[in-house]
Design a protein around this ligand. Structure first.
Ligand SMILES: *[C@@H]1O[C@H](CO)[C@@H](O)[C@H](O)[C@H]1NC(C)=O
Ligand SMILES: *[C@@H]1O[C@H](CO)[C@@H](O)[C@H](O)[C@H]1NC(C)=O
Ligand SMILES: *[C@@H]1O[C@H](CO)[C@@H](O)[C@H](O)[C@H]1NC(C)=O
Ligand SMILES: *[C@@H]1O[C@H](CO)[C@@H](O)[C@H](O)[C@H]1NC(C)=O
Ligand SMILES: *[C@@H]1O[C@H](CO)[C@@H](O)[C@H](O)[C@H]1NC(C)=O
Ligand SMILES: *[C@@H]1O[C@H](CO)[C@@H](O)[C@H](O)[C@H]1NC(C)=O
Ligand SMILES: *[C@@H]1O[C@H](CO)[C@@H](O)[C@H](O)[C@H]1NC(C)=O
Ligand SMILES: *[C@@H]1O[C@H](CO)[C@@H](O)[C@H](O)[C@H]1NC(C)=O
Ligand SMILES: *[C@@H]1O[C@H](CO)[C@@H](O)[C@H](O)[C@H]1NC(C)=O
Ligand SMILES: *[C@@H]1O[C@H](CO)[C@@H](O)[C@H](O)[C@H]1NC(C)=O
Ligand SMILES: *[C@@H]1O[C@H](CO)[C@@H](O)[C@H](O)[C@H]1NC(C)=O
Length: 333
C-alpha cells in the first residue's frame, strides 16, 4: 500500500465518521428551556414554588425546585406532586426528556389527554399521574415505556378501553388504574405481568367476567376490582394460583356462584372483601385455616347455611361482617 493510498483511506474514514448522525442528546440548556416553555403553559401554579424555573437561571437547572439530575447533568427526575398546577401535558416536550427515570405529577389539576408522545420516556421506571383531571384514552404508546415498574393513573377522567399494550410492560410491579371511566378490553389479548404485586382497577366501568390475565399475575399480593359490574363466577384458579394474595377486594360487583372451598389455599390472606355481590352456597368450612385473616366482609350476598365454627380459630380477626345473608349459627341443642 502506498503512503498516498493510506492517507486517502484515512481521509475516507474520517469523512464516513463525520457523516454518522449525531447521537441525539438533549443538553441541560434545551431541557431548561423546554421546562420553562411548559411552565409558561400553566394556567396557574403555586406562585413561589417554581420561581427558580427561569430564563435568568438557565445554567442552574440541576438546582431548580422539583428537578433532580443524574451525573451527566441531564434531568433524571421531575417531582411536582401536589404543586397546585393547572395546565396540561400538551406543551411538555417528551422527546427532550428521554433521560427521565421518575416523573411524579400526582395531585394537581392537570387536564386534557395523556399525549401519545409519552412513549418517548424510554428510561422511565416511575410514572404517577394520579389525582388529576386527565381524560380520553390511555395511549397504547405506554407500551414503549419498557422500563416502567410503577404506574399510577388513579382518580382521573380516563375513558375508553384499557389498552392491552399495557400488559407488555413486563417489569411492572405496581399498576393502579382505579377511579376512572375505563371500559372492558378484550382481556385475551393481555399477557400476564409476572412481577406485578399491586393491581387496582376499582371504580371503573368494567363488565363481563373476571379478567383472565390476572390468573397469570402470580406475584399479586393486592387485588382490588371493587365497584365495577363484573359478573359470572370467580375462577377457581384465583384461589389455587394466586397464593401470594394478601388483600382481595371484589365488593360491589355482580359476581355469583358458590365460593370455592379452595379459598383455604390463599394462606397469606389478610383482608377479604366480597360484599354486595350475589355469592351463594355456604361459607367454606375451612376458612379458619387462613390464620392471617383480619378483615372478612361477606355482607349483602346470598350465602346460606351455618356459620363455620372454624372462624373461631382466627386469632387476628378484627372485623367480621356477614349481614344480609341467610346464614345462621349452629344450634347448640
Ligand atoms: C392554588 O392555586 C390557586 C389558583 O389557581 C390559588 O388560588 C391557591 O391559593 C393556590 N393554593 C396554594 C396552596 O398555593
Ligand atoms: C447548586 O447549588 C450549589 C450551592 O447551593 C452549588 O454549589 C452547585 O454548583 C449548584 N449546582 C448547579 C448545577 O447549579
Ligand atoms: C436559581 O435557582 C436557584 C436554585 O433553585 C435559586 O436559589 C436561585 O434563587 C435562582 N435564581 C434566580 C435568579 O431565579
Ligand atoms: C415526590 O414528592 C412527594 C412529596 O415531597 C413524595 O411523597 C414522593 O415520594 C415524591 N415522588 C418521587 C417519585 O420521588
Ligand atoms: C423538543 O426537544 C427536542 C430535543 O431537545 C428538540 O429537538 C425539539 O425541537 C423540541 N420540540 C419542540 C416543539 O420544542
Ligand atoms: C371519552 O371522553 C371524551 C371527553 O373527555 C369524549 O369526547 C369521548 O367521547 C369519550 N370516549 C368514550 C369512549 O367514552
Ligand atoms: C415473582 O417475582 C419474582 C421476582 O420478584 C420472579 O423471579 C418470579 O419469576 C415471579 N413469579 C412468577 C410466578 O411470575
Ligand atoms: C378494597 O379492599 C382493600 C383491602 O381490604 C382496601 O385496601 C381497599 O381500600 C378497598 N377498596 C375500596 C375502594 O374501598
Ligand atoms: C378445588 O377444590 C375442590 C374440592 O373442594 C377440588 O375438587 C378441586 O380440584 C380444586 N380445584 C383446584 C383448581 O385445585
Ligand atoms: C346490596 O347489593 C345490591 C346489589 O347486589 C346493591 O344494589 C345494594 O345497594 C346493596 N346494599 C347495601 C346495603 O350495600
Ligand atoms: C342471585 O343468584 C341466584 C342464584 O344463585 C339467582 O336466583 C338470583 O336471581 C340472583 N340475584 C340477582 C340479583 O342477580
Amino acid at each position: 500500500m502506498t503512503p498516498t493510498r493510506n492517507t486517502c483511506l484515512i481521509l475516507f474514514h474520517l469523512l464516513l465518521i463525520s457523516l454518522l448522525p449525531l447521537k441525539i442528546t438533549s443538553s441541560p440548556r434545551t431541557q431548561a428551556e423546554a421546562l420553562i416553555r411548559w411552565k409558561n403553559s400553566f394556567t396557574s401554579s403555586s406562585p413561589t414554588s417554581l420561581a427558580s424555573w427561569s430564563l435568568t437561571n438557565l445554567s442552574n437547572l440541576c438546582n431548580w425546585t422539583s428537578i433532580v439530575c443524574d451525573s451527566s447533568t441531564t434531568v433524571s427526575q421531575i417531582n411536582l406532586s401536589n404543586a397546585n398546577i393547572s395546565g396540561s401535558l400538551t406543551d411538555f416536550n417528551f422527546t427532550g426528556f428521554s433521560t427521565l427515570t421518575r416523573f411524579d405529577l400526582s395531585s394537581n389539576n392537570l387536564e386534557g389527554p395523556i399525549p401519545s408522545s409519552i412513549g418517548g420516556l424510554s428510561k422511565l421506571t416511575f410514572l404517577d399521574l394520579s389525582t388529576n383531571l386527565f381524560d380520553e384514552n390511555i395511549p397504547p404508546e405506554v407500551t414503549e415505556l419498557t422500563e416502567l415498574q410503577y404506574l399510577n393513573l388513579n382518580n382521573n377522567n380516563l375513558n375508553g378501553t384499557i389498552p392491552y399494550q399495557l400488559s407488555n410492560l413486563q417489569k411492572i410491579r405496581y399498576l393502579d388504574l382505579g377511579s376512572n371511566y375505563l371500559e372492558t378490553p378484550d382481556w385475551s389479548k393481555f399477557s400476564g405481568m409476572p412481577l406485578l404485586t399491586h393491581l387496582n382497577l376499582y371504580y371503573n366501568s368494567l363488565t363481563f367476567e373476571f379478567p383472565s390475565f390476572i390468573l397469570n399475575c402470580q406475584n399479586l399480593t393486592f387485588l382490588d376490582l371493587s365497584l365495577n359490574q363484573l359478573s359470572g363466577q370467580i375462577p377457581e384458579l384465583v384461589f389455587t394460583d394466586l397464593g401470594k394474595l394478601e388483600y382481595l377486594n371484589l365488593t360491589d360487583n355482580l359476581f355469583q356462584g358458590v365460593f370455592p372451598s379452595n379459598v383455604s389455599k390463599l394462606s397469606n390472606l389478610i383482608e377479604i372483601r366480597v360484599a354486595s355481590n350475589n355469592f351463594s352456597g355456604s361459607i367454606p368450612e375451612d376458612i379458619g385455616i387462613l390464620s392471617n385473616l383480619q378483615i372478612v366482609e361477606l355482607f349483602n350476598n346470598s350465602f346460606v347455611g351455618h356459620i363455620p365454627s372454624s372462624l373461631g380459630q382466627l386469632k387476628k380477626l378484627q372485623s367480621l361482617d356477614l349481614r344480609m345473608n341467610a346464614v345462621k349459627f349452629h344450634s347448640t341443642s
